[in-house]
Structures are given as structure tokens and as C-alpha cells.
Design a protein around this ligand. Structure first.
Ligand SMILES: [Zn+2]
Length: 114
């Protein structure tokens, strides 16, 4: 049962797939921005400087916890489909720029052909 992971993309048949974290980037970014603003406000008064440092620490912690808990998903290099409900194929690795470039060039419209 556990070995029915993807070896090719069910949508376009591409055999190159990669694994990435399904991290909500906007959420991670807002945590960083809020923490930075809070730090600047608190750090401007000397009594609360340590509070600002704590805010930064807590934000870093939230980011780490978020990163730990977000699931990994399989993504197709060619059509960029994301597959969340499939077991991860142990043969798949993270995004590789070289492979990504290969598919970018295949899909790019060829201007020199007549
Ligand atoms: Zn695909």
C-alpha cells in the first residue's frame, strides 16, 4: 500500500518530479515583518529593549515550528502541478535548477524556428 507513490506526473506524464515544503510564504513573511516592527518599537525605548529581543526570538521560533509542521508535497517540473495527497517517492529530491531550466526551455516558445 505504501509504495504507490508517484513515479511520473499523472497530469502530463513527465517523469521528473521534485519535493518541496508546502510552506505558506506569505504567513512566514508576515511573522518576520510584524516581529521586525515590534522590535523597532520596543527597542526605541531602553527599558523595553529586552522585550524586543524576546519578540524576535519568539518570531524565529514560530517560523521554525511552522517549517517543522508544514507537509512536503510532490511537484511536477513540467506542468508545475502540486500533489499533496500522495506518499513521497524516496527517489525524488528537492528542486534542481538544472532540471528546472531544461523544462523551462522546452516549454518556451521557439522564436528561431520557421
Ligand atoms: Zn506534470
Amino acid at each position: 500500500m505504501a509504495d504507490n507513490y508517484l513515479s511520473e506526473c499523472p497530469r502530463c506524464g513527465c517523469r521528473d518530479l521534485f519535493i518541496r515544503k508546502d510552506f505558506p510564504q506569505k504567513l512566514g513573511l508576515s511573522v518576520v515583518i510584524i516581529a521586525a516592527v515590534a522590535f523597532l518599537c520596543l527597542a526605541s525605548s531602553r527599558q523595553h529593549f529586552y522585550l524586543g529581543a524576546i519578540v524576535l526570538l519568539v518570531a524565529a521560533l514560530i517560523d521554525a515550528v511552522l517549517y517543522w509542521f508544514v507537509p512536503k508535497i510532490t511537484v511536477c517540473y513540467r506542468c508545475r502541478s502540486e500533489f499533496r495527497d500522495v506518499p513521497l517517492n524516496p527517489h525524488h529530491a528537492g528542486y534542481e535548477l538544472a532540471v528546472g531550466e531544461k523544462y523551462r526551455q522546452i516549454d518556451a516558445p521557439r522564436k528561431d524556428s520557421r
